[in-house]
Ligand binder design. Structure first.
Ligand code: SAM
Ligand code: CA
Length: 258
């Protein structure tokens, strides 16, 4: 599998000592939350998320937990958010940049109507293939057009076709963080006015406020500048209405208004 920009495992305090046998700690399985208490995160998952998580998503999540890069997977509470948004806006056509084993992709596919379509892009098909059997079992593989490609190539190809201008209702952006601003310029042409672009990991494990001498992994330091630039850029972009959510590792929702 190609080398990829990693994602932060939560750097906040852990309450592992108070975990109960059988709990899947979000740090342990790579899920992320900016909440400062594991107990509180477990409460949220057990009360609001897991009881409503579709069986296919649970299976995909659990099978991804043993994958070496499982910390990249979208957290289940964020999967629930994506589904809520898609159903609220009656989305039919979406873009997914950064697929990995497909947790957010499956969440999306399940939330779209039968005629819904997703163009899903990742430089590696290998991880997608791990989740694919569960996507097929769920009966939603027909909604997915997976493209093994750098995101920029697909975005450029779509922008070159007039038919795709304003075509998408929703885009979930979760690939290489250093390119989000470049993707943004294309996405604003592809997503319809009133449509939503969701950028993931926009608080970057809290490192957006870290100083350079803080003892954090080097990749966290490396990408924090790109995320900060993105956040500043989006906040000043008058073509959008925005909302920074603290769900998971931070998700910024951008609604195209012009
Ligand atoms: N949304 C996924 C989920 O729910 O599990 C997680 C995506 S993971 C954080 C990021 C993915 O982006 C990786 O699978 C990686 O291969 C892919 N990626 C990184 N750089 C890319 C690029 N330039 N073009 C396409 N995919 C890329
Ligand atoms: Ca992510």
């Amino acid at each position: 599998m190609a080398d990829v920009a990693s994602e932060p495992v939560a750097t906040m305090r852990s309450n592992r000592d108070t975990a109960h046998p059988g709990d899947i700690l979000h740090q342990g399985c790579g899920h992320k939350s900016l909440l400062s208490s594991d107990d509180l995160y477990q409460y949220l998952l057990k009360t609001t998320v897991y009881p409503r998580e579709p069986a296919s998503m649970k299976k995909l999540r659990e099978s991804t937990a043993s994958h070496p890069w499982n910390h990249m997977a979208t957290a289940p509470d964020e999967g629930q958010l994506i589904q809520f948004l898609l159903r609220t806006m009656n989305a039919k056509n979406t873009l997914e940049l950064g697929v990995y084993t497909g947790y957010s992709l499956l969440a999306t596919a399940l939330a779209l109507p039968e005629e819904g379509k997703i163009i899903a892009v990742d430089i590696s098909r290998e991880a997608y293939n791990l989740g694919l059997p569960m996507i097929e079992e769920a009966g939603v593989a027909n909604k997915i057009d997976f493209r093994e490609s750098p995101c920029m190539d697909v975005l450029q190809e779509l922008v070159s076709q007039e038919a795709y201008h304003g075509f998408f209702d929703f885009a979930f952006v979760d690939a290489d963080k250093n390119n989000y601003i470049n993707y943004h310029q294309h996405l604003l042409k592809l997503v319809r006015i009133g449509g939503i672009i969701a950028y993931d990991n926009t608080l970057w494990a809290g490192a957006v406020i870290a100083t350079d001498d803080e003892p954090l992994p080097s990749y966290i330091h490396y990408y924090k500048g790109f995320i900060r630039d993105l956040n500043t850029y989006l906040a000043a972009d008058s073509r959008l209405e925005i909302c920074q959510l603290t769900v998971s590792d931070g998700v910024t929702l951008c609604r195209r208004i012009v």
